[in-house]
Write a protein that binds this ligand. Structure first.
Ligand code: ATP
Ligand code: MG
Length: 444
């Protein structure tokens, strides 16, 4: 892609309305454009990143056996009246009337709708477990939308739902998502810590929020530092192995402020291991048993001929919020340098050719290089403008492709100035460059 042909409306300076760095960068490089309070259009750069995040989320859901569906954004109020949440949900729910005067709403979450889908088709315990998910826009009329797409009104979410018959099986499902979340965030190069959390309007009694540390986060957290050394390495998709995984994490105190208890914290965590800080919630999982299945009459036949209400959990990931969360974690705002993890980078590599009025050879080299990249599934952005070198570098540093190539006066033959953002420049051949990038992409 040539910069001159791209739709990447870069601003010269930081927009003054943005208070946190993800919002600043997203407006600065034109990843999003606000259309109303808390409602945004996604422009090519932002959309590319979000779609890559979505795909990783999807792959990790599929790996645990969840099946993808797509539910509508607009729902009927009937099912919400059945569950009793139509009144309870309050002002965050956007309520709409259609031309027949029927009460509709823009879905803030989908427990009711998915329960209705399930109950109309699944009649026997033999079809369990069922893990269903979709990736769809949600609307919550947040009282104070802020920080760009971090807390907005319309946002993109992956929400999954599990259906089982015994508590034990339901917790097995819960733990599958626990694992898949750790793996998802790892592929996004984020350290997300599961923390015991309140269940809020979703309900239930078991819940974890997945939080990444960030000074600008809105969640206050209290943890034992040792939890940051853990990972899900070696965990199998089996009941016992997953139980062990949760135990491993739960041995360390780690809660959000709603669950905070000072005495417990000080008793369980030595002074040197205590960490009180802020974070961004990127995912949230809940187990709530028959909270929805019971009022909605969602039951299945049991082996002996009896029936029972299914036990459910729900599992959200803020796909659009993650775009901002990754920027919060990776953007060096002081030097104005962004480095996207290769797994979600809008472009894998940026080529900066030094172009003179009467010499097009650098751009020709860039074009040739690009066709090699294309063959190798490497996505590249080329600055074909005649701006000066330093402003080209500045621009590419904001766009954040993790690798850069400079084609300048010093470039001779088949050796190029190659740089991974944040590291030393090296002189490498195109074949060596392709090898490095392909290796990095393969890890993800
Ligand atoms: P929060 O406490 O941040 O309001 P929540 O507990 O209401 O989040 P859930 O209902 O668990 O959120 O939604 C699942 C995920 O969707 C959250 O973990 C978060 O990443 C994302 N999310 C929730 N509300 C918003 C919002 N207003 N803007 C962007 N993303 C959101
Ligand atoms: Mg909320």
């Amino acid at each position: 892609m040539y910069i001159s042909k791209s739709f990447i409306p870069i601003l010269k300076n930081n927009p003054s309305e943005a208070k946190i760095k993800s919002h600043q960068l997203m407006l600065r490089v034109g990843m999003i454009k606000q259309s109303a309070a808390g409602i945004y259009s996604w422009l090519p750069l932002g959309f590319k990143v979000m779609k890559k995040i979505e795909q990783i989320v999807r792959e990790e859901q599929n790996k645990i056996g969840a099946q993808e569906i797509l539910m509508p954004t607009i729902q009927s109020s009937e099912i919400w009246k059945e569950s009793g949440r139509y009144e309870d949900y309050g002002e965050e729910m956007l309520r709409i009337k259609d031309r027949q005067d029927r009460e509709m709403l823009y879905g803030p979450t989908n427990e009711e709708l998915v329960t209705d889908i399930f109950r109309s088709s699944i009649k026997s315990y033999k079809s369990l477990p069922q893990l269903l998910y979709h990736i769809q826009w949600k609307f919550r009329d947040e009282i104070r939308p802020r920080f760009g797409i971090m807390r907005c009104r319309e946002f993109y979410m992956k929400d999954a739902y599990s259906f089982d018959i015994t508590d034990e099986d339901a917790l097995f499902s819960y733990n599958k998502f626990f694992l898949s979340y750790l793996k998802t965030f790892k592929r996004l190069d984020l350290t997300a810590i599961p923390m015991a959390a309140d269940t809020g309007p979703i309900g239930g009694n078991l819940s974890h929020e997945f939080i990444i540390l960030a000074e600008t986060g809105e969640s206050k957290i209290f943890t034992d530092k040792r939890i940051f050394d853990l990972d899900s390495e070696g965990t199998k998709l089996e009941k016992d192995s997953l139980k062990e995984l949760r135990k491993k994490y739960e041995q360390f105190y780690s809660v959000t402020d709603e669950k905070f208890n000072k005495t417990e914290f000080e008793k369980k965590v030595s002074e040197t291991n205590r960490l009180i800080t802020k974070g961004i919630e990127v995912g949230h999982i809940f187990y709530f048993g028959d909270k929805y299945s019971k009022p909605m009459g969602c039951s299945v036949d049991l082996p002996g001929g009896k029936k029972d209400f299914v036990k459910m959990g729900s599992y959200g990931i803020g796909v659009s919020r993650l775009v901002g969360a990754i920027i919060e974690a990776k953007y060096d705002e002081k030097n104005e340098v962004m480095k996207w993890p290769i797994s979600v980078a809008p472009y894998d590599i940026a080529i900066i050719p030094m172009i003179n009025k009467n010499d097009n050879s650098a751009l020709e080299k860039a074009d040739k290089m690009n066709s090699e990249f294309v063959k190798n599934n490497i996505e590249c952005i080329i600055d074909d403008t005649d701006e000066n070198f330093s402003s080209k570098v500045k621009k590419m540093n904001l766009i954040g492709a993790p690798y850069q190539i400079i084609i300048g006066k010093k470039t001779e033959g088949d050796v190029f100035e190659f740089k991974e953002i944040g590291k030393e420049t090296k002189n490498l051949s195109l074949a060596e460059i392709i090898k490095i990038i392909k290796e990095q992409k393969a890890i993800n």
